[in-house]
Design a protein around this ligand. Structure first.
Ligand code: ADP
Ligand code: MG
Length: 760
């Protein structure tokens, strides 16, 4: 048999005409490597061999027995064939039954000895039998004839019985037995492959070497061996991720960015004109950003602060620095609503500057750049003299590429859709955490490629991202490890904590009365409608349930369904509130399927207090700033994740008034939900983020976007210690050998892993 390598196509092992080939492909398994990295989901413990007499009802057990008798029956009524065998050992005999596998009668001929692993069950007649056991023939030793006592052939390696038997994530028509079989064939023809993790690192963390681990994760002798193997692969993925992250950092450090000078007097003048004093950590963050922008290497920084901590102003000041240095800044937000809001913030800031022009250090301090808003639906410019006008998107794009708009606000389409900038010096991205590794790299690649034709040459813009969702430390160290961190740790003075309450159905009426009172006092209210899981909804309507179970909808369809259901719930809630509950109040509705223009309009009117209550989907989750809103009512709160609830709550408590968050639960029982309790008690978003990571895993942080990470890495990210270890190991290695010249196997493997991250 010719040898194979990890890269060998699967068909060379299982045969090009094997019907399984297509099924493997369906699971994304095309090569030996794919196959061997298809890890078991769990193991079934058939380690102990029982004698027939020892078997007890309900037991999962292995017996070693000889086939005494076998026959096939056909049940025409039930359209099936039944193979029945009598299995015997020295202690007695037992019946075994298989359905629809008539060919078994040819293999399990009388006299053959085999291991049988399965569940000891009780028949209707009260008789003990083995139900559909997995079997494995005992190998005949040379010279031994069939039917002869095969006892004593110890040393035979079993893969389906008499051991910890791996159970795989399966697909239709491909059973764990089939997968095990293919894996064994692959192992038989695979010579030992070179280890890629340096030996010293494996040793210091007591991790098994590659081939041992690979074998042990599929066919462990003990549960400990399986765990050690899994730990190695978890470590490996995190370790590779860390290496990539650290190397990216080195690459950035080698790139050139426009060095921007910051005139401190001018900056002080600007700060003096703000309507408030910056908090100490806003100041510190701004200072860190200034120091970065003064360098001739690209800044790569994450500005993180609790909701409402005032990140926007810090980023806006950074944009003004870029503009004053003759560079452009692109200021991007995940939604059009937010992009517009940032644009408006800047305008307000400018209006304020103008009002205080006399108080400023000089005319120069108040010289304001032209700013623009460019989204999929509209384009706006505010010229440096304060005039504002709508222009076409084409004009806006032309102006941006001519460098005539120093600060451009927009959605990510700004960069993704090839808007050319004449001399882009700074890229600001709001709500950074929504991007997985893959998207982030792409975005950066685009900025790094420098869309400015020639003008900036090889200069890479500075990069500042912001996140209001606290990113747990483990993720910060790994997935976001290439970013430097500035933290805003306190809220502006005078903010009151948000009074958070879990509201079971019985207290709903009281909550409505409270809302009435607040609105009468001039305040405004958000009502968030629940995410509805389409699978749940399917189960509700009878006819669809069975079908739904047989054929799960594709992820895209699931999302479409979820969004349709969310919309339905918003519309229903809007009807109910505007006609039944609050007929006298002004209620509006906001959801993701409205046109961007309509959304903006509703949002603007809500901000202008044209409505009292805004019923919305999770579109208001991020960033929206309406200081007069004091109540956040979240329907079906138990359906949302912690980080998301935290974000919602952050929409209120932004002004001077006391604010409230009502977590409305679907049933009284939900009111004891641990997640909801955590949010009530949470003082600090970081603590909460760590908890969420433990509860729901890191997928949460990447929303519907793919993180690009393999499953095992996602799982491993829950383990802070493992993250720390992988980080330390990678840092030590990269420090002495940044390009991995001395570890060629690792270097090649990193390249492969990186390619994997970018594969869709
Ligand atoms: P976030 O960090 O969540 O993006 P914003 O930047 O939207 O928060 O700021 C929230 C509100 O706080 C805004 O209305 C902003 O004007 C205000 N703000 C920012 N910094 C301060 C400060 N130092 N003192 C008082 N208010 C501030
Ligand atoms: Mg914000």
């Amino acid at each position: 048999m010719p040898q194979v390598s990890f890269a060998t196509p699967l068909y060379e092992v299982i045969g090009a005409r094997s019907p399984s080939l297509r099924r493997f492909e369906k699971m994304g398994i095309r090569t030996i490597r794919d196959l061997l990295w298809h890890f078991p989901a769990r193991y079934e413990d058939f380690t102990r061999t029982y004698s027939v007499a020892e078997l007890e009802p309900g037991q999962m057990a292995t017996v070693r027995a000889t086939v005494e008798d076998v026959h096939v029956r056909h049940s025409f009524r039930r359209h099936m064939s039944i193979v029945e065998a009598t299995l015997g050992d020295a202690s007695g005999s037992i019946r075994a039954v298989w359905f629809n596998q008539p060919y078994l009668a040819n293999t399990l001929r009388p006299g053959r000895e085999a291991n049988f692993s399965g569940k000891a069950s009780i028949s209707d007649e009260g008789e003990l039998y083995l139900n559909n056991p997995t079997y494995e023939l005992l190998r005949l030793r040379p010279g031994m004839r069939e039917g002869e006592d095969a006892d004593g052939n110890d040393g035979q390696e079993f893969s389906h019985t008499g051991r910890l038997v791996p159970v795989y994530p399966e697909t239709q028509g491909l059973t764990s037995r089939g997968i095990r079989f293919a894996i064994q064939q692959a192992f038989r023809r695979l010579p030992p492959q070179k280890e890629w993790i340096p030996e010293a690192i494996l040793e210091s963390f007591s991790l098994p070497p590659l081939m041992d681990a690979l074998h042990a994760i599929h066919f462990p002798r003990t549960a400990e061996e399986a765990a050690a193997a899994r730990a190695r692969f978890s470590f490996e993925d995190l370790f590779l991720l860390q290496i990539i992250t650290l190397q990216e950092k080195l690459t950035l450090a080698a790139q050139h960015a426009p060095s921007m000078s910051v005139d401190l007097e001018w900056m002080k003048g600007l700060l003096a004109m703000l309507p408030f004093a910056l908090t100490p950590s806003q100041k510190r963050s701004l200072w860190e950003i200034i120091q970065d922008m003064e360098r001739a290497h690209p800044m790569h920084r994450l500005l993180q602060g609790d909701v409402g901590s005032g990140k926007t102003i810090v980023a806006a000041l950074a944009a003004l620095i870029a503009a004053r240095n003759g560079h452009q800044a692109a200021f991007m937000a995940p939604t059009e609503i937010l992009a517009r809001q940032h644009f408006e913030t800047m305008k307000t800031l400018f209006a304020n500057f103008e009002k205080n022009r006399e108080a400023a250090a000089g005319d120069d301090a108040a010289a304001l750049p032209t700013i623009g808003l460019l989204t999929a639906s509209s384009a706006l410019v505010r010229y440096h003299d304060g005039l504002e006008s709508h222009i076409t998107k084409k004009e806006a794009t032309a102006k941006a590429s001519a460098g005539a708009i120093p600060i451009v606000f927009g959605t990510h389409a700004l960069i993704q859709r090839n808007v050319a900038f004449k001399n882009l010096g700074l890229v600001v991205i709001d709500e950074q955490h929504r991007f997985g590794v893959h998207q982030r790299a792409e975005l950066l690649g685009k900025t790094a490629a420098g869309h400015a034709p020639g003008a900036t040459g090889v200069l890479v813009p500075h990069f500042l991202s912001m996140s209001a969702t606290p990113i747990p430390r483990t993720l910060m160290l790994s997935v976001f490890g290439d970013l430097d961190l500035s933290l805003i740790t306190e809220l502006p003075a005078g903010r009151k904590p948000i009074d958070t309450k879990i509201v079971p159905p019985a207290e709903r009426a009281a909550a409505y009365r409270f809302i009435e009172k607040e609105v009468a006092a001039g305040r405004q209210v958000f009502v968030i409608c629940p995410r509805i899981d389409p699978a749940e909804e399917d189960a509700k309507d009878d006819g669809g349930a069975a079908k739904g179970a047989a054929r799960p909808a594709s992820p895209a369809r699931q999302r479409a369904l979820a969004s349709a259901l969310e919309l339905k719930s918003v519309k229903e809630e809007f009807e109910k509130l505007s006609t039944e509950i609050f007929p006298d109040l002004r209620v509006a509705m906001l959801h993701g399927q409205m046109k961007a223009k309509e959304k903006e309009e509703v949002m603007r009117q809500f901000k202008d207090h044209a409505f009292d209550i805004l019923v919305a989907t999770s579109v208001v989750e991020v960033g929206v700033d309406v200081p007069n809103a004091t109540i956040m009512m979240i329907e079906g709160a138990e359906r949302f994740g912690l980080a998301q609830l935290y974000q919602f709550r952050g929409r209120v408590g932004r002004g001077a008034h006391a604010s409230y968050c009502f977590l409305m639960t679907t049933t009284a029982a939900h009111a004891t939900n641990g997640r909801l309790k955590a949010i009530v008690e949470a003082k600090n978003g970081f603590e909460l983020a760590e908890k969420d990571l433990q509860l729901r895993g890191p997928g949460q942080f990447f929303g519907e976007q793919q993180s690009g990470l393999p499953d095992i890495a996602m799982e491993a990210l829950r383990d802070p210690e493992l993250v720390r270890h992988s980080r330390d190991a990678a840092a030590a290695l990269i420090k002495t050998d940044p390009r991995l010249a001395r570890s060629p196997a690792l270097r090649r493997h990193v390249v492969e892993f990186r390619a994997g991250l970018h594969r869709e």
